[in-house]
Structure formats: structure tokens, C-alpha cells
Design a protein around this ligand. Sequence first.
Ligand code: NAP
Ligand code: F7E
Length: 339
Amino acid sequence: MTKRALITGLTGQDGSYLAELLLSKDYEVYGLRRRSSSFNTGRIDHLLNDFRHDKNAKLFLEYGDLADASSLARLLYRLHPDEIYNLGAQSHVHVSFEMPEYTGDVTGLGSVRILEAVRESGVRATIYQASSSEMFGSEPPPQNENTPFHPRSPYGCAKVYAHHIAVNYRESYGMHVSNGILFNHESPRRGENFVTRKITQAIARIHCGLQKKLYLGNLDAKRDWGYAPEYVEAMWMMLQQDTPDDYVIATGETHSVREFVIEAFAHAGLDWEKHVEIDPVYYRPAEVDNLRGDASKARVKLGWTPKVGFDELVRIMVDADIESLEERLRRGEEYIKSS
Ligand code: NAP
Ligand code: F7E
């Protein structure tokens, strides 16, 4: 029988790749969409177009919000999904310092609203909760499932709550809830104000003569950067297990923001030192200095291993942004030139 999945955060980076993966496995995919004054479906329009006016459509958008429990409960009662992926979040760490309460509400309490909707409706779904390496904060690497949490931002604190409440519902009600503790993962669909995409988009604009300088914050922070399409496979794998559990998903390699800058500018044939300037506005009140994950458990129990390494990830992102900008310029999208 066709399986039905519900994804919160469908319109985000991971949601879009996960939808592609599930559709390729013949799932019926329902996704939460927030009301917005402008279109927010850019990452999934290619999928929606495949199904336009198709009576056999397999991808559906439903209005709802993680801050609105009644919309979530109604969806659960109506859809009875087999699998639920809770990817929706205010996911920007720096922004969370400006909006700590909102971040706690959506990123933290949003998870308990989903879990309660499942409990109340009696739906027997397997559930994925998007946990984060930000929960480890200042704990030294390598970080694994046994590393204590020491979050360093309101976002990290909200994710710790969501993580623990997922474990609590698993233990209290026997629900099949798994936490994927994912380290940073990037792609050409990464949000434009995360550091990797900010760098690769700026390189594309510099390459095309539209921009001269790129302003960044802390270049010394180290991250374990993987490739997003591979990470959503791990999410799916977790929900196919007989028993729910928590898994670190990471490459096991760490690189500084500076190394990302150097590699990315070099790939585009540019001298980074001529273009990159530091602007303290991008410093955070507290920083996470060094993340490097140990994903041995996922390798052994799920059979998951990353394939795309750091250099390849950088190349994929730089090439995609240059190609996309050149294409838009060819089409004469003049606004790009003047923006
Ligand atoms: P993203 O691109 O920022 O996407 C976030 C998604 O959440 C978007 O679809 C967004 O909708 C939606 N959303 C935001 N507020 C919402 C609300 N109030 N109600 C319902 N939906 C809401 O994030 P991502 O990179 O795909 O990450 C997916 C999940 O994994 C997030 O929970 C993130 O915190 C977590 N995570 C990410 C990483 C990473 O490196 N990418 C690592 C660990 C954990 P709009 O499109 O309308 O904004
Ligand atoms: O910052 C430094 C910044 O915003 C990475 C989210 O997906 O991964 C992500 O959180 C590093 C930090 O990602 C700029 O200080 C320097 O040390 O790309 P980021 P993040 O904070 O690691 C985790 C795992 C998540 O769960 C989150 O949802 O880069 N940095 N200069 C900068 N960062 C930004 N954004 N902009 C700069 O100009």
C-alpha cells in the first residue's frame, strides 16, 4: 500500500530534498506550508509543476504553522500519515539571539505540538525530530550520541527541549520517535544567510562583476559540513527501523569558515583576500567553536555513510551559484544588476 508522509518544513532546504526522496519511493507526500505574503515554494516548485492538474498527484501542500496546535491536530486527524518528519523551525542561530522567545515557541514547543497531535489523534506514525549539533555547543569534538549538551544559543536551547521531549514521548507513550542529531549540511538550496551559501552566492556575483566585497563574521569557527541530499536519506532510514533511537549524522571532518572561503574563492579563480572583509555585526553573543561529529552508530546500525567530501561540496555550491546567476543574466533579469 502507498505510504503517506507528512513533512513540516517542506519548503526548506531539507524538506525539499526529503520530498524528492520520498516521491522517488512512491510515497504520497503532504507538507506544511506557512502563510506568507510572497511565494515561499521556490525549492519545491519543480516538484509541484510535475503534478499540476494531475489527478494522480502525490505532493500536497497544507496550510499550517508549528505555533498553531489546532492546525496540526486537524491535519493529523485528516491525513493519518504513516511517517512524520518534523523539520520546521526558526533555524537561524544568529537570528535566534534576536528572537529567543519566537525561536523557543516554534523550534522548541513546535515539536511537542506535533507529538501531542499524534498522541491525541491516536495516529500510529513513526516520527523524525530534527535535532542539531548546535545542542553540543562548547563540548569538545568528536561529539557523538553520548556527548552532553551545552547549547550556546536560544536556537540550541530550543533544540535541546525538542530533543528531550521526543525522548520523553518515546519512553512515556511508547511512540516511535527518533532524533537525528545532524551536523551542518549544505547544498545549492541552502538558505541564503547561512555562511556557506552567503559565500558561494557572493562569489557568483563577484565572478559576474556585480559585487566587490563580501562581509563576514568569525572565520575561525569550525564546522562539520556535509551534503544535504545524503542527510535526508539518513532521516528516512531512521524511520524504517523496528525500534526508535537517536543518531548523530556527520562526515567526521571539520573545517574552519576561513578554509571554506579559501577553497571556494580558489575554485572560482578569485583571490579571497581582495574581497573578504570582517564586519563584527556578524559575530554572535556566544559562539560554537568546533564541531566534528562521530557518526559510527549510524554507520553500523543504519548502514549510512557520507560520500560527498568537503572539496566536492564547495565545488557543487560554487558551480551551482555561478551557473544560476549566469543563466538569470542571460535571460536579462536586469534587477540583479542593479540590486
Ligand atoms: P530551513 O531551510 O531554514 O527550513 C526551515 C523550514 O521550516 C522552512 O520550510 C520554513 O518555512 C519552516 N518553518 C519556519 N517556521 C515555521 C513555523 N512557524 N511553522 C511551520 N514551519 C515553519 O532549514 P533546513 O536547513 O532545511 O533544516 C531542517 C531542519 O533541520 C530544521 O529544523 C533545522 O533546525 C534542522 N537542522 C538543520 C541543519 C542544517 O545544517 N541544515 C542541521 C541540524 C538541524 P518557510 O519556507 O515558510 O520559511
Ligand atoms: O554559521 C560563522 C558563524 O549560520 C556557521 C543551522 O543550519 O547548522 C546551522 O547553524 C559559522 C558560525 O550555521 C558569518 O559565526 C561567520 O560559527 O552557517 P551558519 P550554524 O550557526 O552552524 C546547525 C547544525 C543548525 O542546526 C542550524 O539550524 O559561520 N559565520 N560569518 C557566519 N555565519 C553566518 N550565518 N553569516 C556570516 O556572515
